[in-house]
Design a protein around this ligand. Structure first.
Ligand code: EPZ
Length: 418
């Protein structure tokens, strides 16, 4: 197991190059199963979720080659439709593979992806959507087994704008016979990125980013070279860290409009923010003013993936805040760890009631999930004294070279194997 040892109190200065978005690269990797020719994905983040997804593709018979920051996937020899359970359980978003594997093999078998670190993570909307396209689905001994003679386009109305369900249905529909319309589709930028990737290899999809997506089935999909969009959650994490520690940080290579909800909140907190093209500059040298309330919502609302990091910021603002988590049932697991660092936060149901304190104090804390772990790192960096953040494998799932990028900004953080 590995941990971070952090000596808090340093201000952060400098520029951080934002990685390609984890939540774009994962569904795009799943989509490569559909391509009949080689695909090269550029600037792939060095994170464990991506490494595990690539391992799954290799188990399906795809040829996968890392080439520096790129990865080349050749699925022409893919010959297996069973997603290995150990990897599927490791990587919850392996469920995105269902649509692509069914489209390719007209069969698919996957272990039921677990839930629990941030909520139940049901897949009912995924399965309902696939059934509407003609997939027969059975569930046996913890496995989801899918079969279909032919995928046929259909109209699908999602009960909620699920990112994963939208992506799964897109992947299953791209080579289906006829047209598929997804209504109440997720609007996240990563959905639009998946559409752009699929269209680049020959698909016919329109509407991603709006609530209604149209997919006209095609017969063949080709190869391409593709650069995914930058990671708005990584960028938001560094900007929140700069606001908490004080200093001046540039998030370089980001689409500012993709995190406008965070930018508005940080401005309300009193941060000075300048935007020019693909750079966001955040400067802060004072105690921040609290924002009365923040509610996580599907895009373009405040992202649930920045909820933990922003709650940590609220803990050292001057005043009270209420943070409401509307998407996941148990996404406040990091709060008891923040309290060990002196935070005054009480969680009741889906609300965190925060009373700002002057500073976090050094403590030994445990990361339980990806974004909660990142929030603990930010709290330790902004606090005074020494902290340890244990079990940082959760953080490695989504942040490449995290401590290296933070040290470049002046943070005192080292990774240690225990
Ligand atoms: C994606 O997860 C992201 N993961 C998550 O990021 C992100 O938090 C989430 O979207 C919301 O933006 C990837 O893209 C790999 P959902 P996903 O389906 O697709 C309910 C991170 O930290 N729901 O949009 O699993 C569900 O319970 C990760 O990078 C159903 O009810 O999220 C939740 O309340 C964490 N039935 C809501 O929808 C279903 O079949 C949103 O979930 C599916 C979802």
């Amino acid at each position: 197991m590995e941990k971070y040892i952090i000596n808090g109190g340093n201000k952060l200065y400098g520029s951080v190059k934002i990685q390609s978005a984890k939540n774009s690269v994962l569904p795009i990797l799943a989509a490569t199963v559909l391509a009949d020719e080689k695909v090269e994905i550029l600037n792939v983040p060095q994170i464990s979720d991506v490494k595990n997804m690539v391992k799954i593709l290799a188990c399906l018979g795809c040829r996968t080659v890392y080439d520096g920051d790129s990865i080349v996937i050749d699925s022409s020899s893919a010959d297996c439709y069973e997603i290995p359970s150990a990897l599927a359980r490791e990587l919850r978003s392996s469920v995105f593979l269902l649509g692509a594997v069914i489209s390719r093999f007209h069969s698919a078998k996957i272990a039921y992806p677990g839930g629990c670190d941030i909520g139940l993570r049901p897949v009912d909307l995924h399965l309902t959507g696939l059934k509407r396209l003609g997939v027969q689905i059975s569930e046996k001994n913890g496995y989801i087994i899918c079969k279909c003679d032919k995928l046929r386009g259909n109209e699908i109305m999602l009960d909620c704008p699920s990112v994963g369900a939208t992506e799964n249905i897109m992947l299953a529909a791209v080579k289906a016979e006829g047209t598929t319309i997804i209504k109440n589709a997720a609007r996240e930028p990563e959905i639009e990125d998946l559409q752009n990737f699929l269209n680049k290899i020959g698909a016919k999809i329109t509407g991603a980013g709006s609530g209604t997506i149209r997919i006209d089935g095609v017969k063949k999909l080709y190869g391409c070279e593709y650069l995914p969009i930058p990671d708005r959650i990584e960028a938001g994490t560094f900007l929140i860290g700069a606001a908490m520690c004080g200093g001046e940080v540039v998030a370089d290579g980001i689409y500012p409009e993709n995190i406008s909800s965070l930018i508005h909140k940080l401005t309300e907190n009193g941060c000075k923010i300048n935007i020019n093209n693909d750079k966001i500059v955040l400067e802060n040298h004072k105690i921040l003013t609290s924002v009365k309330s923040v509610e996580t919502r599907p895009y373009p609302g405040f992202p649930t993936d920045l909820q933990a990091q922003y709650t940590a910021l609220c803990c050292i603002c001057n005043g009270h805040s209420i943070i409401t988590e509307n998407l996941f049932e148990t996404r406040f697991k990091y709060v008891p760890e923040l309290r060990k660092m002196g935070a005054d936060v009480t969680v009741i149901d889906r609300n965190a009631f925060v009373r700002g304190v002057e500073k976090f104090k050094g403590a030994t804390v445990v990361a339980y999930d990806l974004r909660g772990g990142a929030a603990l790192v930010l709290a330790a960096l902004a606090g005074e004294g020494n902290s340890e953040v244990i079990d940082i494998s959760h953080i490695d799932r989504g942040y490449g070279s995290f401590e290296y990028k933070l040290r470049k900004l002046g943070a005192d953080i080292v990774r240690v194997t225990v």
